[in-house]
Design a protein around this ligand. Structure first.
Ligand SMILES: *Cc1c(COP(=O)(O)O)cnc(C)c1O
Length: 333
């Protein structure tokens, strides 16, 4: 394991993460870290929740998108920005672009829940729905980059985006310097790479655990294969974790391989249970992708959990009809 930020892919360092923090501080919320009595009762570990559900736009993705848009400055403003998104990143890019007065085009697949699409349109961005997979939406995004010269804000595989997500790591170090383990939802790997870079630069012994749904664990399968591979995309409660890592992945595959200590896969029923648990015990509304870290703890799937552990609750943008259905499902409560 490389451990230090200097030796990692992309040359992203702790300094970049501090620069990101200074840049985005006026635009994003510093999110609370709260102790969870209900989760700490499960085992020997004291568990806290980092509530990115309270971030503006309802998910952590605002950090990376804002860092990109602010760092690109006038160039992005003049050309406009484009991205492909399962929802939260698109919403974050729309929000950040509106702040600086830039045009934003968001490409997404038909799998994206309607509430997320509407939230993006409400922010003044153009939405293009293309095909039934993230990959098809990516083709349209690339066309807009090539033909219309829009600047691509990648959802995860970009140093500015990774550094922006890494600001969570800095906040964790400040709020809980004695942190032993962090448990993080893993899809494209921008979130976990940024957090791991920050934490391991401070203390390489801090353990980083990545959690994905069984259905469509692209990064997990890629790490196992030793190269980026494609996996079949299936509908999941954790819709915000959908999509591949890109066969031409530049940064997050190497960073994840170098920095993530353990991987956990969770089932759909474990995700539902975590959404229920967070609501009934913590009064937190989490979306599926935001609840997988807690799902891993509840299912007791995190190996050697002890000391101080933090679950990143990465987002709360769940469709209210789906949410109501899940939390009132008495049979499985
Ligand atoms: C995007 C997203 C993730 C995963 O982030 P990656 O950087 O793609 O690994 C986790 N949770 C939520 C709520 C997200 O929107």
């Amino acid at each position: 394991m490389s451990g230090t930020s200097e030796s990692s892919a992309g040359g992203i360092t702790l300094r970049d993460i501090y620069l990101a923090r200074a840049r985005i501080a006026p635009w994003i919320r510093r999110t609370p870290l709260v102790a969870s009595a209900s989760l700490s009762a499960i085992g020997p570990s004291r568990i806290s929740l980092k509530l990115e559900t309270t971030q503006d736009t309802g998910a952590f993705k605002l950090r990376g998108a804002t860092n990109f848009v602010c760092a690109s400055g006038d160039a992005a403003r003049a050309r406009g920005v484009v991205t492909v998104s399962t929802g939260n990143h698109g919403r974050a890019v729309a929000h950040a672009a509106r702040r600086v007065g830039a045009r934003a085009v968001i490409c997404m697949s038909e799998l994206v829940p309607r509430n997320k699409r509407e939230a993006i349109e409400a922010l003044g961005a153009e939405v293009r729905i293309i095909g039934c997979s993230q990959d098809e939406a990516e083709v349209e995004m690339q066309r807009l980059v090539d033909e219309d010269d829009l600047a691509l804000v990648h959802p995860f595989d970009d140093p500015l985006v990774i550094a922006g997500q890494g600001t969570i790591g800095i906040e964790l170090l400040e709020d809980q310097p004695e942190i032993d383990t962090v448990i993080v939802a893993l899809s494209g790997g921008g979130l976990i790479s940024g957090i791991a870079l920050a934490l391991k630069a401070a203390n390489p012994c801090i353990r980083v655990v990545g959690v994905t749904m069984e259905r469509g664990a692209a990064m997990y399968e890629s790490v196992r294969a030793g190269r980026p591979v494609e996996v079949e995309e299936k509908p999941s409660l954790a819709d915000s974790l959908g999509g591949g890592i890109g066969l031409a992945n530049r940064f997050t595959f190497d960073l994840t391989r170098a920095l993530v200590d353990d991987y956990v896969l969770v089932t759909e029923s474990e995700i539902a249970r975590a959404i229920r648990h967070l609501y009934w015990n913590e009064r937190v509304i989490a979306e599926g992708g935001g609840a997988v870290s807690v799902a891993a703890v509840l299912a007791e799937k995190v190996p050697n959990l002890s000391g101080n552990a933090t679950c990143i609750v990465s987002g709360g943008n769940i469709d209210m009809a789906a949410f109501t259905h899940i939390v009132t499902d008495d049979a499985s409560r």
